[in-house]
Design a protein around this ligand. Sequence first.
Ligand SMILES: Nc1nc2c(ncn2[C@@H]2O[C@H](COP(=O)(O)OP(=O)(O)OP(=O)(O)O)[C@@H](O)[C@H]2O)c(=O)[nH]1
Ligand SMILES: [Mg+2]
Length: 188
Amino acid sequence: MKIESAKFFRGVKGSDKALEDGIPQFAFIGRSNAGKSSVINCLTKNKGLARTSSFPGFTRQINLFLINDSLYFVDLPGYGYAKISASERQKIQEMVKWYFFRSGIVQRKIFLIIDADVGLTKDDLSVLRTFEEVEKNVVIIANKIDKIRKSDYEEKIATINELSWPHKVILFSAKDKIGIEDFLNELN
Ligand SMILES: Nc1nc2c(ncn2[C@@H]2O[C@H](COP(=O)(O)OP(=O)(O)OP(=O)(O)O)[C@@H](O)[C@H]2O)c(=O)[nH]1
Ligand SMILES: [Mg+2]
């Protein structure tokens, strides 16, 4: 699929009629700072569309971006380490859990964004297992491949592939714009 138009539609903190309007949703989830918002900007060729930051825990609501007037990219707050208070973190986690597991919303696909240089963490694997239990359709986006040292590259990618099986893995760099075509094919 080619992205012709992308606009910020709405930020929500819980149930909202936009989430129930029947437009297919593609969700972006992953550790804080893995690059979820950056990947969205890269795919839409719009650096300022989703706000990004080197401050982990930056995205704090469910942000809907309308793509080609026909689907939503759903940018979610990250999990794991975030420079925010414990109570705010808990509120955000509840909101994300609600979105995936209690809202009844069916995501067309879930893109689990990981930092390819770090690999799949314990948190990533536990989130992945939870999605598997409820049979969500997950694709692993190994972002930041530009950061991996050349001498470590093959081994790190092999480990990501092994741990991700049977889910598809897309090698990506929002910084160097690698993997865009493979990613866009997932929207078909
Ligand atoms: N080297 C490199 N850095 C990246 C890449 N993608 C994102 N980053 C950087 O990683 C940091 C976090 O990016 P964000 O897109 O804000 O991450 P996020 O997953 O949305 O983070 P939260 O909203 O806090 O959950 C920023 O400093 C980005 O510039 C990449 O492909 N390569
Ligand atoms: Mg973000």
